[in-house]
Design a protein around this ligand. Sequence first.
Ligand SMILES: Nc1ncnc2c1ncn2[C@@H]1O[C@H](COP(=O)(O)OP(=O)(O)OP(=O)(O)O)[C@@H](O)[C@H]1O
Ligand SMILES: [Mg+2]
Length: 212
Amino acid sequence: MKKFNGKLLTLEGPEGSGKSTQLALLYKYFKKKGRKIISFREPGSTETGERIRHILLNDKNLKINFLSEMLLYQASRAQFVSQKLVPALKKGYLVLLDRFTDATIAYQGYGGGLDLKLIEKISKVVTQEIDPDLTILLDIEPRKGLTRIMKTNKKDRMEGKPLIFHNRTRKGYLLLARKKKRIKIIDANRSISETQAQIRKVVLNAIKRRII
Ligand SMILES: Nc1ncnc2c1ncn2[C@@H]1O[C@H](COP(=O)(O)OP(=O)(O)OP(=O)(O)O)[C@@H](O)[C@H]1O
Ligand SMILES: [Mg+2]
């Protein structure tokens, strides 16, 4: 793994687990503390990546098989890593990132049944071997997360996949968390503020231990 002055904190979890909500709160918290911070989302965060995001998420009826889906996510990521992530880490930013490689393993690997080794191999090239320093996994039953989303907006293409797919994805995330020490599981069933408090505990502990 490469060494930079900056640090990478990723948020992961099933649809509607609260990643974007919690990331925004965490961003505000760090900003207030005066930390040099920047946030991004995947897929997207570059002009190319946002166009790929549109293909992946906006058209619910578009037929994309799991292999091309995985490659599209990785294409967006390759652009993001070289154009945004590496420069930010070199400049010493704490980078908050809404989804990264774990999502590809969970969704296209465990969810879609693609070979995990293949995904890992491609991820290694695409990320230039950058691994997050800390990952917050917001765990929730997919049924509950999807219900939250449906309250405010229509489901996107990924969210429109069957519940059984989302359940496999969640299981995949939990299996990953067992394998990787950097992944910390947070119960995302509680209120927004209670969940944020749990995340802060983990984050403060990681700061104390100079992980981020
Ligand atoms: N703890 C919570 N309790 C109830 N509702 C919540 C909670 N956290 C987030 N929400 C609401 O659920 C919806 C989804 O939240 P959010 O967009 O943060 O999730 P997400 O994980 O980013 O979803 P996606 O996977 O679609 O990007 C939003 O309407 C948000 O306000
Ligand atoms: Mg989100």
